[in-house]
Design a protein around this ligand. Structure first.
Ligand SMILES: [Cu+2]
Length: 397
């Protein structure tokens, strides 16, 4: 299913004049020439960067995908027409105090109406601008919707606001987040913001279909934080797509940079039912993902790289949604000037090749793009990079 040849044929290579290329990036440029294409693929493979299956996955990558924070984008609300699993309807967990209790019966995402309508949309990795308002009111929906993660794969997702991951939230330390979740799905859902310090029994409680839960929090620490559904079994709810990132700025802004958010998650999938692959709970327990992705689409930033200019400071907010696997974040041919292990601007270490972001964690990585060329960014746990946790940072002159 994965086809590296096809993947690479999709590359929009752009201009690279005067690039001081690394061996790997130089090979990438050679790839432009059909006569050297095979050699390039061999080198890519030697680097561990040949991603089985990503190729056809990316054929329909589209420019100008809607901002994930725009709740009016197409696709949001499809959950209203989604059919639900009879097994899922048997789950009872209206109170998050019970969320750690295993009840024997597992929910499973199954057939969803409208899978053929699910179009592939590149997830915009750009950090959204910081709102001027010091209070943000977010009213989101928990839904079941089909999400196309590649040309040939639609998943029967459980989602926040219609996408995997959900919208990127950006705020600053001391801001007020007034949050409401309304559940439009037959399975109980909830919301756990890692940027909040709050009584979880109350705020992170599960709500049934048609019900809402509201709470307010004020982030105390800056950094890159996960949010996720915390309903039982948490593994299933995180593993089915109910994840996202909230980025909290420090009171004094960090130096200007090109800023990107990457949420890594795993996909554990069963065979397609009515066009959509359900999430497979036993596979989650066995920890054998079919795909590992940045921002919900395996290898999407190979087909449409992240682009910066030479001389830019580049800041990656890496959030690992898991549900289980960490992200050994590395940029081939680069070194990180700074990695903030905790709340920036303190807690920094310098001169780093790779650092592991744990499942349920988030860290901030900075590099200076002082060399033009193509720099693959990867989960250097290559069993996972190979499954789609890989992308390309293009530094243009
Ligand atoms: Cu949930």
């Amino acid at each position: 299913m994965f086809d590296v040849d096809h993947l690479l044929s999709l590359r929009n290579v752009g201009s690279r004049k005067g690039s001081a290329l690394t061996d790997e990036a130089g090979a990438a440029r050679e790839e432009l020439r059909p006569s050297t294409r095979r050699r390039f693929l061999a080198r890519l493979s030697a680097l561990g960067l040949a991603i089985p299956g990503v190729g056809t996955a990316l054929a329909s990558c589209s420019q100008g995908a809607p901002n994930p924070t725009d709740s009016s984008r197409p696709g949001v609300g499809r959950g209203a027409s989604a059919s639900q699993s009879p097994r899922a309807q048997g789950i009872h967990n209206p109170d998050s105090r019970l969320d750690t209790v295993h009840r024997g019966e597992h929910p499973t995402s199954t057939s969803l109406a409208g899978t053929t309508d699910a179009t592939f949309q590149r997830f915009d990795p750009a950090l959204p601008p910081l709102p001027k308002e010091r209070t943000q009111r977010l009213h989101w929906r928990a839904q079941a919707v089909p999400v196309r993660i590649s040309t040939d794969t639609v998943v029967a997702g459980w989602v926040f606001e219609g996408n995997i991951p959900g919208p990127i939230v950006r705020c600053r330390v001391g801001d007020t987040i007034e949050f409401t979740l309304t559940n439009e799905h037959d399975v109980p859902h909830s919301m756990d913001f890692h940027a909040a310090q709050i009584d979880p029994k109350t705020a992170f409680r599960s709500v049934l279909k048609g019900q809402s839960v509201s709470y307010t929090f004020v982030p105390r620490y800056a950094g890159a934080y996960l949010y996720h559904c915390g309903s039982s079994p948490v593994l299933m709810h995180i593993g089915s797509g109910m994840v996202g990132a909230i980025i909290v700025d420090p009171p004094t802004p960090l130096p200007p940079a090109k800023e990107f958010v990457l949420v890594q998650n795993e996909f554990y999938l069963g065979s397609a039912v009515n066009g959509a692959r359900p999430f497979d709970y036993p596979k989650m327990l066995a920890n054998l993902p079919d795909y590992v992705a940045f921002n919900g689409r395996p290898g999407q930033y190979i087909a449409e790289p992240i682009r910066v200019k030479r001389g830019d400071r580049v800041r990656f907010y890496i959030v690992d949604a898991g549900p289980t696997i960490s992200c050994a974040f590395h940029v081939v041919g680069e070194q990180f000037d700074t990695v903030y292990l905790g709340s920036p601007p303190a807690n920094a270490i310098h001169g780093v090749q790779t650092f592991d972001v744990p499942a349920g964690g988030g860290m901030v990585f900075e590099l200076t793009a002082n060399i033009a060329g193509e720099f693959p960014f990867v989960n250097h746990g290559f069993g996972h990079g190979q499954k789609g946790a890989i992308g390309m940072l293009v530094v243009e002159e």
